[in-house]
Design a protein around this ligand. Structure first.
Ligand SMILES: *Cc1c(COP(=O)(O)O)cnc(C)c1O
Length: 381
């Protein structure tokens, strides 16, 4: 996806002021440091503009999955603290340390790699240790944790690393009463106690993603780590306005062609849609190659000619069709796939429900030939 300053054929419009305002809402709510997660190209909003907007909104630091994302932030001149947490055997720790990027470690071998990079670069690595408290994803399992923290304490005494974080990730924070939450918190607190007993007393604790930042104050500890809520989407699937959040992304396109057709024509591949009356069809020039899920044929709503219309027939690679009835529409008119929802357009949540997925997947996958355009000034250079 390219970035373009002018209105275009098919565009993802990103409201930087909404991202900054959402960040400020969360930062004020938690009243402690906030690590804004900008992985996956800022959840599809653009890595660097999203990073600048969250920092303008009061984020204290940034979180990304992989070191390359952190290096891209540094290359763009972003100087805020950055943590990269998903590091495998190929992780380029020397590059991370040279760029002052904090890294997370899951296991003794990862710690050894980081310590080696510290010695080769002459820098002390700022390290976060991840513990698996029940997601069974990243982090050391509890039975490996004592050895990992002991090794980390030795590496810290040697001056190779400074352990600045102890963290974990939650399985069910979007269901705030789920019993796994208390169980994960208990495992986390035991892990913290083990680390502190091993001498890692300066590390900050962090556990809360967006859902926990919104709903679970007991998980906030020393730092929160929200992502999706910064972009104005409710991780619990509700109306983000109830949390004071506003969606930052609007996905729109210009109608490429309209035509009047008789009742009974077959529309798009496989003729899975057929109007039962004479009608006007509008051709929208985006398709599954641009991140419009093919599964949404005959399912997703689109705002066109003043009303929401369900996509007519299959979504193709480059285009889909809408049935506009007898309403007025012309080539060049705007249609809106999703947006904040307050101008009659569908929301990303409505699209997610129609696609049987979560809005995270939609916003991170929209791309292809869409052009990204920024509105608002927060963090703009
Ligand atoms: C993606 C991610 C987050 C942010 O999650 P949201 O649900 O978007 O708030 C936080 N921590 C980790 C480890 C993640 O992978």
């Amino acid at each position: 996806m390219t970035t373009d300053p002018g209105a275009g054929r098919a565009e993802v419009v990103v409201d930087l002021d909404a991202i900054a305002a959402n960040t400020a809402v969360l930062r004020e709510r938690v009243a402690r440091p906030l690590m804004a997660v900008v992985k996956a190209d800022g959840y599809g909003h653009g890595l660097v503009p999203a990073a600048r907007a969250v920092l303008a909104g009061g984020a204290d630091e940034l979180g990304v999955a992989v070191i390359d994302e952190a290096l891209a932030l540094r290359a763009a001149g972003v100087t805020a603290p950055v943590l990269a947490w998903l590091n495998g055997p190929d992780a380029d720790y020397p590059a991370a340390l040279a760029a002052d990027v904090e890294v997370s470690v899951n296991a003794g071998w990862g710690l050894a790699d980081v310590a080696a990079a510290a010695r080769s670069t002459g820098r002390t690595a700022r390290v976060h240790l991840a513990v698996d408290t029940g997601l069974s994803r990243e982090g050391a399992p509890p039975d490996e944790w004592p050895d990992l923290v002991a090794a980390a304490a030795r590496a810290q005494a040697d001056g190779d690393v400074a352990v600045v974080g102890l963290w974990s990730h939650m399985a069910y924070a979007d269901a705030p009463t789920h019993p796994t939450i208390g169980a994960q918190v208990r495992v986390f607190e035991e892990a913290v106690a083990v680390a502190r007993a091993a001498g890692l007393t300066d590390a900050r604790r962090h556990l809360a993603n967006s859902a926990a930042t919104l709903a679970l104050p007991d998980t906030w500890y020393d730092l929160v780590r929200p992502g999706i809520a910064l972009y104005g989407l409710d991780p619990m699937g509700g109306d983000p306005a109830r949390h004071g959040l506003r969606p930052a992304m609007t996905v729109r396109a210009q109608v490429a062609l309209t035509k009047r057709v008789p009742a009974g024509v077959g529309v798009s591949y496989g003729h899975t849609y057929s109007p039962d009356r004479e009608t006007t069809l509008a051709l929208v020039p985006v398709g599954y190659a641009d991140g419009v899920p093919r599964s949404l044929g005959n399912r997703a709503p689109v705002l066109a000619a003043g009303a929401q219309r369900t996509i007519a027939g299959r979504v193709c690679m480059d285009q889909f069709v809408l049935d506009i009835g007898d309403d007025a529409i012309a080539a060049g008119d705007e249609v809106v796939l999703w947006g904040p929802g307050d101008a009659g357009e569908p929301t990303a949540q409505q699209w997610a429900d129609a696609a049987d997925t979560i809005h995270y997947e939609l916003v991170t996958r929209v791309g292809g030939r869409f052009v990204r355009r920024y509105v608002g000034t927060a963090g703009a250079v």
